[in-house]
Design a protein around this ligand. Structure first.
Ligand code: ADE
Length: 225
């Protein structure tokens, strides 16, 4: 999958994909992430990409031309994107099922907003999906883009070594994940639940299912509706 990102501050996206699973996905050629500085398409030699909003009011707006020229050039070079996403607090809340759907696409462009946001006409003309990662406001879309790319990238087929491990994540079946334990079997007076030491996969599965349901009931009853 190819993921391009358009950002006023692409440096914010350097580190999140250089480690661990995202790094491996790129090394294996399963994921190609490219962050582009929107200033490359600035309207003047001062690097201008934003301007005052019509109607007045505080806060700058990211202008049409740099964004439109960037998207046109990227699509002319790499082909049409399957999805052009704008990350914004007024978008649809991102959930595991959205990550699952996006993980099946071939190419995605993510636009990161800053200041007051982007000119509405870019949303009208180009954007196919508007996504929020939660009901809070970040100072820019970059961290939201990183969250989405991580959630999508790790479930691209072939990225995780153990293919089943993504299927047992929290939310994959509308349940939170059960508790997990590793060695030692006793730690500061707390013992690993004996069923996990039985070596009986049926009993272990039944216990995990029951724990997942219990955890979901107490922490996220909304998921069970
Ligand atoms: N940009 C600023 N806040 C955001 C949020 N909560 N989700 C997505 N993009 C954002």
């Amino acid at each position: 999958m190819r993921i391009d990102i358009l950002s006023a501050v692409p440096e914010l996206l350097n580190s999140p994909f250089e480690h661990s699973i995202m790094k491996r996905a790129q090394e294996r050629g399963l994921l190609n992430i490219q962050a582009h500085s929107l200033r490359k398409w600035a309207i003047n030699k001062h690097g201008q990409i934003d301007d005052y909003q019509y109607g007045g009011g505080a806060g700058m707006v990211m202008m049409c031309e740099p964004l439109a020229n960037a998207i046109d050039e990227l699509q002319a070079t790499h082909g049409k994107y399957d999805e052009i996403i704008f990350v914004t607090p007024d978008g649809k809340r991102f959930e595991q099922k959205d990550a699952n759907t996006l993980s099946l696409k071939n190419s995605i462009l993510i636009i990161c907003g800053h200041y007051k946001g982007i000119d509405q006409r870019i949303r009208d003309l180009y954007v196919t999906s508007e996504i929020s990662i939660g009901d809070y406001v970040l100072s820019g879309g970059e961290l939201a883009a990183a969250v989405i790319i991580d959630a999508v990238g790790r479930i691209i087929p072939g990225v995780l070594n153990d293919e089943t491990s993504a299927l047992t994540d929290s939310f994959q079946d509308n349940l939170l994940a059960p508790p997990v334990y590793s060695r030692p079997a006793a730690f500061r007076g707390l013992e690993v639940p004996p069923v996990l030491l039985t070596g009986d996969p049926k009993k272990v599965d039944a216990w995990r299912q029951e724990q997942a349901l219990e955890r979901t009931k107490t922490r996220r009853p909304d998921l069970l509706k």
